[in-house]
Design a protein around this ligand. Structure first.
Ligand SMILES: Cc1cc2nc3c(=O)[nH]c(=O)nc-3n(C[C@H](O)[C@H](O)[C@H](O)COP(=O)(O)OP(=O)(O)OC[C@H]3O[C@@H](n4cnc5c(N)ncnc54)[C@H](O)[C@@H]3O)c2cc1C
Length: 373
């Protein structure tokens, strides 16, 4: 048999939420693909989400989700979320056998309360479709060449026609997300926005907070006030007291707002009959945050495709991009939808060239699973 060296149609760098959704989409379209993940197991951060329960989306329309996400992310993610709205995300997981549970406010979780159901659903789908998944495989860099990219690890290089960078942000670096994708982007001449914490708590030494450390107050409220005392942002929900200050969904959503707006601000936190006022509140470090704000500038990316405007064939999805949403399933939805758009774009282009489909060659995913990714 004559052997011919051909590129893999799609190399996905990062086996987290975005990378796995992209690979599942590619498998469903019989687009040849492989996943390169630095950790020994897939989806380490997904396993941590919502205290191990994984609030994977919210049962609302794409338009409502975009309104709750707000600018600047909403404008950029509009096409991706419209093409892959929460209903489609939920249907994709259900089609893989994940039973889901809807909370009164619309948040969706696996019915088992186990984030592992979501990660296993991806793993099973990729195994059944024959998609190679390389774990313990840290991508060190990539170089554009004539017909695609050379993707380099410490031990080998591979040739890929298209590359999707889905390496996440910088929070909880032990999950494998350490900012590599942003570095790759800069090395290739793309602009990145400085990385900072999103959805994290505010520090305070207020003795009333310290006295309540480790307690959660469900009906709290957080507000951000500008120098003139005008309310800029408000969020109701949980307030958690910690030894270092205040956290919980109400506080996180207000902190997220401050991370995208220049100060000075005051933060006012109401819970348990108390009113705590924080002047120029200091956020906890990015490594403890739920999401990273900043990343590959959305100006560099075509929102209709998730492809680099400067480097054809180079795609980005998920938290590596300068996109973020509030608590409640929005950040995973953004990762899934942007990943879906990137993989669909590549599959559609190859199909138009006659290069995709069940018999698409050695890298073809082969068997087409009846799953709606
Ligand atoms: C504690 C916590 C709770 C959360 N809860 C929720 C929630 O309930 N709902 C929600 O919507 N969002 C939640 N989030 C946010 C959500 O988890 C992230 O936004 C989402 O995981 C981002 O997906 P991603 O694929 O972009 O990045 P990640 O999931 O971080 O995946 C990136 C992957 O890339 C790999 N990688 C990085 N660099 C390389 C490299 N050089 N080579 C190979 N692989 C590499 C990493 O190891 C990692 O597996 C939570 C986050 C945290 C920290």
């Amino acid at each position: 048999m004559a052997l011919k060296h051909t590129p893999v149609p799609l190399a996905v760098v990062g086996g987290g939420a975005a990378g796995l959704f992209a690979a599942a989409t590619a498998a469903n379209r019989s687009l040849g693909c492989l996943v390169m993940e630095r950790k020994a197991r897939l989806g380490a951060k997904m396993l941590m989400t919502a205290n191990g329960r994984c609030n994977f989306t919210k049962d609302v329309s794409a338009a409502r989700m975009l309104a709750e996400i707000g600018e600047p992310t909403a404008s950029f993610a509009r096409h991706a979320l419209s093409a892959c709205p929460p209903s489609r995300i939920a249907a994709a997981f259900r089609s893989c056998g994940v039973k889901t549970k809807r909370m009164a406010d619309g948040r969706l979780f696996p019915a088992s309360g186990q984030a592992a159901d979501i990660v296993h659903a991806f793993g099973d789908l990729l195994r059944d479709a024959g998609v190679p998944v390389l774990t313990n495989c840290t991508v060190a860099g990539l170089q554009p060449v004539k017909n695609g990219f050379i993707v380099a690890t410490r031990h080998f290089t591979l040739w890929a026609e298209n590359v999707l960078i889905a390496t996440g942000g910088i929070s909880f670096p032990k999950t494998g997300s350490t900012g590599d994708g942003q570095r790759f982007a800069r090395e290739l001449g793309l602009r990145t926005v400085p990385l900072r914490a999103g959805l994290t708590g505010f520090e305070t030494e207020d003795s009333r907070v310290r006295a309540r450390a480790s307690r959660r107050f469900e009906n709290g409220c957080a507000r951000i006030l500008d120098a003139a005392g005008k309310e800029c942002c408000a969020s109701e929900g949980e307030v958690d007291c910690e030894t270092w200050g205040v956290g919980g969904a109400a506080v996180y959503n207000c902190q997220r707002w401050t991370a995208r707006h220049p100060g000075p601000f005051k933060a006012e936190i109401l819970f348990d009959g108390l009113r705590i006022v924080l002047d120029s509140p200091r956020a906890r470090p990015a490594k403890e945050a739920i999401v990273t704000i900043g990343g590959v500038s959305t100006d560099e990316i075509d929102p209709q495709t998730m492809e680099s405007r400067k480097i054809p064939g180079l795609f980005f999805a998920g938290e590596v991009l300068d996109i973020d949403g509030p608590t409640g399933g929005f950040n995973l939805s953004l990762a899934f939808a942007t990943a879906h758009l990137a993989a669909e774009t590549i599959a559609a282009r190859r199909a138009a060239r006659g290069g995709a489909g069940p018999s698409g060659g050695a890298w073809s995913a082969g068997r087409r699973p009846e799953r709606r990714f």
